[in-house]
Design a protein around this ligand. Structure first.
Ligand code: GP9
Ligand code: MN
Length: 645
């Protein structure tokens, strides 16, 4: 029905009435979806929920959908809003059910990859509650009203006017929403690009904004994936990868030393090298690790190489021997890629593979990524009895005790990848750290500082690790297992470095001093304490997989790292473009070279410039591999070649 605005003169109240009737569908949509969204937020954050806190982000996200409908003619618009209502309500129901299980939000990656659970299973039937369907109640009630509303005469605007109104309304809602997103980005700088904590994002911005951002991130990665990389470039990368570790021979050092043995990897939260073999006021900080280091092959120049993906980058580097994403987190952005992971290679040898971490399954997108990394099972928070919290969540003590029981029951041979949690920034659970320790650690002059708290935290974790390793030994499990233990990343952020420089007795710190403090411990323990000693080669997390490949005779074809046991060069590259070869250290942000021994700034040489280029080339290769899902193609070609033979 078309009524022209100007033919009848309307009184003010009639005008308001007309406006209300004309926009009833829009108003209803914004109100009801906001209520539904608020309700979901109350459910996921019962303690902190606050209308004021979440109001603007929620209403503006709903408003963005509403404004899109403004582009259409009256009846189409109403129908479209009705469809939006159904879709968003179903989404909230799905999120509700998913949250009940994972304490997290459902993402597109989850839909694409499915998710991995270990030892636990639950059916949607058990998780869904009749009250969840209340989100759909109005959808049914609306049907007769919509029939009636269709017949109500409404002013029909021409497209150009509709478009103008759309632009204004859309711009207002987008501006408010963008401001809220920007505020969160300032408060938590890496959250939106890495999505490491989906739950928190939804608690602050609402579920609709979460899904908008998730969709945006996933589609933009997919779009860059679609652009084809020239064939030549693909071949160049493949050849580079094939040559990278091709020099390893059958006579290589410790080749096959792990054949048939289990592999237990322990990635320790915020464990750094500077605490190893150190004392504070006569107290050993990590007495247990020091003891185990003496029984192991210890790499004392092992660097973390993580970028925005933090813990997940440490996992990514170690399991795939590729660099972390240029921006965002590889665990989120590339969880849809085909990977040539450590678990995949162990599968080829008929190993059972499992990842173990006592925290929310969806954190860092682990439940999606572990599937791409081909782990058989993921034992996450739900597989553990959360009976004691220290730091961020389940205490290392309880986690390692429960993990020991799980590992003991694994069918052998196995590859177990465990990740600890308690020694997590800001290390303020000082009372928690006191719980496990036989003698409490006194941080002396660093008491009540971040560094002092960290020392307590890592001292606690050290004790738990010691008990875990001792148990592996006394149970006989170590006789048939290789244990690898390393730290995931820094403990002391840049703004707290003065404390660490003081602790280290460094007076006028340079960037080289900072870099040298970015080492993490790395030990490989062999049965019967074989091969123990110190290896001072400069190495990094990207080198773990090639090293394991040599020990277990796995294929070492698609790795950007080096075998630490068979390499004479200590090349370590960082995501920033900085690098070292063990002799020189290049700091990219000041374009400065340092001599590692003299600690002096040195001039650039053609050889160093060439290394700088190689670093950038390797980083670009890694990005190309991930952005264009090249391993899928390479592995496919390999299996075709194999079957043709
Ligand atoms: C939680 C954990 C923490 O699951 O691994 O990650 P981080 O904040 O250290 O990157
Ligand atoms: Mn971490």
């Amino acid at each position: 029905m078309y009524i022209d605005n100007n033919t009848t003169k309307l009184t003010k109240s009639e005008k308001i009435k007309q406006f209300f009737i004309k926009n009833l569908d829009i108003i209803y949509f914004i109100v009801i979806l906001s209520i539904k969204s608020f309700n979901f937020n109350k459910f996921i954050s019962p303690v902190y929920f606050n209308y004021f806190y979440i109001g603007a982000a929620t209403i503006s996200a709903v408003g963005v959908f509403a404004s899109i409908a403004l582009l259409f003619k009256n009846n189409t618009r109403t129908r479209l809003l009705y469809i939006f209502n159904i879709v968003l309500s179903v989404l909230i129901i799905v999120d509700t059910v998913y949250y009940r299980y994972f304490k997290d939000l459902m993402s597109l990656g989850v839909v694409r990859n499915g998710f991995l659970l270990g030892g636990v299973g639950a059916s949607v039937k058990e998780l869904i509650k009749p009250t969840d369907f209340l989100y759909l109640l109005d959808i049914f009630i609306l049907i007769p009203f919509l029939r009636f509303y269709k017949k109500v005469p409404r002013i029909q605007l021409k497209f150009i006017k509709r478009f103008a109104i759309f632009l204004i309304v859309f711009a207002i809602f987008v501006a408010v929403d963008a401001k809220k997103i920007h505020d969160l980005d300032k408060e938590q700088p890496r959250l939106i690009s890495t999505m490491f904590n989906r739950l928190y994002l939804a608690q602050v911005l609402g579920p609709i904004n979460f899904h908008i951002l998730d969709t945006y991130n996933v589609t933009s990665t997919a779009v860059s994936n679609m652009q084809k990389l020239p064939e030549e470039r693909q071949n160049e990368i493949k050849t580079y990868l094939e040559n990278k570790n091709s020099n390893t021979t059958t006579t290589a050092n410790l080749k096959g030393a792990g054949n048939g043995k289990n592999l237990i990897v322990i990635q320790v939260e915020a464990l750094q090298e500077f605490v190893i073999n150190k004392k504070l006021d006569g107290q050993e900080i990590t007495p247990n690790l020091n003891r185990w280091i003496n029984k192991s092959l210890y790499f004392n120049n092992y660097f973390y190489q993580v970028a925005a993906g933090n813990t997940s980058d440490a996992e990514f580097l170690s399991n795939n021997s590729l660099y972390p994403a240029a921006s965002g987190a590889a665990y989120y952005m590339y969880s849809g890629d085909t990977l040539n992971s450590m678990a995949k290679e162990f599968k080829e040898k008929d190993y059972y593979t499992a990842a173990l971490h006592g925290y929310r399954e969806g954190f860092w997108n682990r439940n999606v990524m572990y599937k791409s990394e081909k782990f058989d099972d993921f034992y996450g928070q739900r597989a553990y009895n959360i009976n004691e919290n220290v730091g961020l969540g389940l205490s290392d003590k309880s986690f390692l005790n429960q993990s020991f029981d799980k590992i003991k029951s694994f069918s052998q041979p196995f590859f177990a990848f465990t990740i600890t949690l308690s020694s997590h920034y800001p290390y303020d659970d000082v009372n928690g750290y006191d719980k496990g320790t036989t003698n409490k650690f006194n941080s002396g002059k660093y008491e009540n500082t971040l560094l002092g708290d960290y020392l307590k935290g890592i001292h606690y974790t050290d004790e738990q690790l010691g008990m875990f390793l001792d148990k592996l030994e006394s149970s006989g499990m170590m006789d048939n297992s290789i244990v690898v233990l390393y730290g995931d990343h820094y403990a002391i952020p840049k703004n707290s470095m003065p404390l660490l420089y003081d602790f280290e007795g460094i007076k006028n710190p340079t960037d080289l001093d900072w870099f040298e403090l970015q080492k993490v411990p790395m030990l490989i323990h062999f049965p019967k304490d074989e091969h123990k000693g110190i290896n001072s080669l400069y190495t990094g997390q990207i080198d773990l997989f090639p090293t394991i490949a040599n020990l277990y005779n796995l294929s070492n074809k698609y790795m950007l790292g080096k075998d630490m046991l068979n390499s004479s060069t200590g090349d370590v590259n960082f995501r920033s473009g900085s690098f070292t070869d063990g002799n020189a250290f290049y700091v990219s942000w000041t374009n400065t070279y340092y001599d590692v021994k003299t600690k002096k700034v040195i001039p650039s040489t053609p050889a160093l410039e060439a290394k700088k280029e190689t670093t950038l080339t390797e980083l670009q290769y890694s990005d190309d591999i991930l952005n264009h899902n090249l391993l899928k193609k390479f592995l496919q070609e390999d299996s075709e070649n194999k079957s043709n033979k």
